[in-house]
Design a protein around this ligand. Sequence first.
Ligand code: KIV
Ligand code: ZN
Length: 538
Amino acid sequence: MAKRRYDDNTVIIFDTTLRDGEQSPGATLSSAEKLEIARQLARLGVDVIEAGFPAASPDDLKAVQRIAREVGTADGPTIAGLSRALEGDILTAWEGVRDAAKPRIHTFLGTSPSHLAMLRIDQEQGLQRIREGVSLARSLCDDVEFSPMDAGRTDTEYLIRACAVAVECGATTLNIPDTVGFVMPSEWAETLEMLINETPGAGPGSGVIWSVHCHNDLGLATANTLAGLKKGVRQVEVTINGVGERAGNTSLEEVVMAIHTRKSFYDLRTNIDSTQIMKTSRLVRNYMGMPVQPNKAIVGANAFAHESGIHQDGVLKNAQTFEIMLPEDVGLTQSKLVLGKHSGRHALRVRLRELGYVIDGDELMDIFKRFKDLADVKKTVTDADLEALVADEAAHTPEDSFRLVDIQVACGTMGMPTATVKLANQDGEEVVVAAVGTGPVDASYRAVDDIVQAPNVLLEFNVHSVTEGIDALGEVTVRISPEGSNRSFGGYGADSDIIVSSVKAYVSALNRMISSMGMGDHSPEGDAATVGLSSSAG
Ligand code: KIV
Ligand code: ZN
């Protein structure tokens, strides 16, 4: 990992995938998944990880503490914890981050008329809350960020007063959020210019870092963030794949690649290793169970694909005809693994390391076995195939309540689609159930439901082919919600058999739901010798 360096032209990348991103509907992550994502964010080179909102729940606090201890090392990123400008929140945020080598408390207060009304306070009382909150945070931690929430709809004069109070009380970063994605790039640039030049104690040369945090309700989050950079903003708050509340946050990959690609326009730099972008994007997609739209800038499946004849011809003659970035710049490698079914574990381990995965021991053995099976059915195993296998292994952990052992389906135009599914629980006890459904996936999911007994609603089901070709691995992401709840959980599976991927994805989502909500008794219904039959009719 390259050492981070800072100068006046460095844009600090503050990643809030684990906090604002996790607030996306359905994006709940387990503590282990948060840690894994935090490790990958550190490899990507982000400067600050907002690890969570510790006062939200004891689990959130624990997850932030774990990230602070394990990822917040001396040469790692700063670890931030969010808190309202309330004593209890601030103390809990400090508990979350205090073990990091570089901790930060990020405290906020709504400043727009509607937010002050919601808090039942007037502007003067708002300033008092900021004074108390920032002073308390600063008495605990040297690095304090303050955000006037809904700044996009707050009058500039009051924003200047709020920011001045925060700086006077010791805030080191002033983050200006467009909480509801309301502003336009040119007016936002004007507001930021005025704030930077007119806030007492926070002007150029003061050492205070100005930051922006934009939401994407009108599709302008990246444009608004970049507009800020032109006016002197030096921290951007972003998420991987643009995940976040409602339409999401500014996406990290878009801002970073704009800065890198338009170097002479911005004359700025970041500490990001852009070749880690695709890997991070896939990890977040898989763990959150939130697919990336194919035409999404930088990380969408079509972002570097050329369909029309004229485009293909141009790119073949000279890639720059229609490409402003190289696929390799964002970590999209085209190379095929020239290992066949006779290749050894060592070669596989070396290739995985080249792709950024340090995998040894039993974990390597598991991937090796899967690689061999795949090499038996596929002529070439690509890097994308390997990454899907690694993601599939990571989606299934020893803590899982259930594991898919076997599945067999019968379907077609004659008769009723039937699936026989064998699952094992944590103690290795197995149970087999057969079910009929409207199709092979429906039948398989009914059989799984009969075993797991965790009532839920299937919100989303997506199938995606990892590479071209009939023998390609199929990736499935699903999102489910426990019956009667508005929480949701994602799952991922990859296999050359699409029904197997579908069931793996469903079982992984169920495991997350069970572990997060404490559902079910986790002992398979019936015993291993029992073969039940269920159907949509009863
Ligand atoms: O959107 C927002 O205003 C936020 C703040 C807490 C920074 O997420
Ligand atoms: Zn936000």
